[in-house]
Write a protein that binds this ligand. Sequence first.
Ligand code: ADP
Ligand code: MG
Length: 339
Amino acid sequence: MTDIIELLPDHVANQIAAGEVVQRPASVVKELLENAIDAGADAITLVIKDAGKTLVQVIDNGKGMTVTDARLCFERHATSKIKSADDLFNLHTKGFRGEALASIAAIAHVELKTRTEAAEVGTAITIEGSEVVSQEVVVTPKGTTISVKNLFYNIPARRNFLKSNTVETRHIIDEFHRVALAHPQVAFIMLNNGADVFNLAASNLRQRIVNIFGTKTNEKLVPVEEETEILKVSGFVLKPEFAKKSRGEQFFFVNHRFIKSSYLHHAVKSAFEGLLKEGTNPGYFLLLEVDTHSIDINIHPTKTEIKFDDEHAIYAMLRATVKHSLGQFSIAPVLDFNK
Ligand code: ADP
Ligand code: MG
């Protein structure tokens, strides 16, 4: 029998890998915003056209890239953020896989412009289907602009699978909210088809929440603050009367990364025991800070799930802290709702 195994060419491997990282335009938004944060930007602009199907562009004023890095960043497993597997447990950046740009470049037309502080001129690179089609020296401000055009142009099945512009824009705004709430000290602008959607000045968490969700939100917020050896919690829960039937304003950030956790949700919900109407869920914006060694982030490609070493202790402390905060605001359970 003849040998039948072949190594897939890079561009095919990249396309396949891209399926995990990039499901829709919102995935591109998430990856690019996180790269801008990791680059230390304090002002970030997101521009989208046609719900990101035609264009997702992120402009940052972060540290930029050298000419060599500007080429390398599109390679798979090319990252400046970790050097060894041990670094995964001492992670202070959003990224670490070095896969996002390689994946995006395999399934879209990508333009990069970037300049470091030290360089007088910057680099512009255009990529199509993982191939560099042009590279130039350009005059550009310090920082990085990445434009991702015509997502899934070479995978018609994926492109057809995208939902309506309304739905895809909703997903993008969700990602934008998550990053903007995790980093209130960073200024953000979002433009959709040329119109201003958000213009958020650098501020604190309370102000950021109000700027995103409206001035009425301010009176709904109950501050939460506690610090123990294993966990520091801060942020806000919404007063119980603003609990909703649908899953609404519910945000957990662990070490400034948005995460989904039905376990932690349950901890918060149980702290509201006796305060909620049946079938409703409380809203919250909670920042959890833990030792980087006590969590594992590398369990899901989109990194929205994490594993805590001591899940039970975190649950108990979160529950007690929220309960205490509600108590301080004299929001204690009443047994007879008619009184
Ligand atoms: P990761 O973020 O996991 O390292 P990416 O594919 O998202 O992987 O990015 C690859 C590398 O490109 C990053 O490690 C970083 O060095 C560089 N890079 C990406 N985006 C930016 C940016 N906006 N500013 C500066 N450097 C960037
Ligand atoms: Mg990244």
